[in-house]
Design a binder for this molecule. Sequence first.
Ligand code: ACO
Ligand code: LMR
Length: 264
Amino acid sequence: GKVRAPTHIISTISDDRGEEPCYAGVPMSSIVEQGYGVGDVISLLWFKRSLPRYCTHFIEICIMLCADHGPCVSGAHNTIVTARAGKDLVSSLVSGLLTIGPRFGGAIDDAARYFKDAYDRGLTPYEFVEGMKKKGIRVPGIGHRIKRGDNRDKRVELLQRFAHTHFPSVKYMEYAVQVETYTLSKANNLVLNVDGAIGSLFLDLLAGSGMFSKQEIDEIVEIGYLNGLFVLARSIGLIGHTFDQKRLKQPLYRHPWEDVLYTK
Ligand code: ACO
Ligand code: LMR
């Protein structure tokens, strides 16, 4: 019989060998002709399945509302400085992307991990938050530089409203809100932030859609798929900031001396 030579790469998400590329088995013509959106493409390439419309719509809302947050945030600042140093699009983009991490935009996976663990173990918000404090870990998904208890993040509210209307269950998000109620009683800046909202709501999406086994949910959370939403979304804004600086012909950026505390 035929002997198959061992391959050096295994790939399961896409195939370009036929007449047209396929994403998770779905040919490009179906994707275009059936009016699929970016949320469907993400479902196919990341989760290897078609998800119900409310899930793909939720993914698209995450992408839209994380696409940019003005020029002053870490990522945009890096991109702007890099573009003004005369660097190309890819360099300016990755310079901004490299700031995404545990403090900025990259707390979604950890928020999902910690909220899931705390909820599934039946911890009260008090036990969870104080337990994290004892371990010296900031609660991922909680806290913001400019948002406050009396000046909430509109993006969080929009995500919550969508999920309340369309998701069969929002138990993880409700738990995150209880955590927020407790943290806000400690300090006014400790709001549920957009990372925490997406992290908790994605747990609800995974658990409530009936499209994922428990084992698959654990794997998604463990591998850490969800920061990808912020990385993908913010790339849109960072590319925009690069074009903006180039269009404006901005000179090399140099930080003003007056804004540095020179000290021994
Ligand atoms: N959990 C517990 N306590 C916190 C948290 C938190 N998540 N955030 C702040 N605090 C408390 C701490 O007591 C902190 O004191 P410490 O420095 O001794 O730990 C105190 O508030 C003051 O913290 P600051 O550093 O002044 O807060 P800042 O405004 O600089 O931080 C930040 C904002 C980075 C978002 C912070 O709240 C944090 O680390 N949160 C967790 C990570 C996270 O969710 N990041 C995503 C933010 S949303 C986005 O980037 C799109
Ligand atoms: C963002 O989405 O970039 C913001 O939430 C972060 C910030 O510092 O405002």
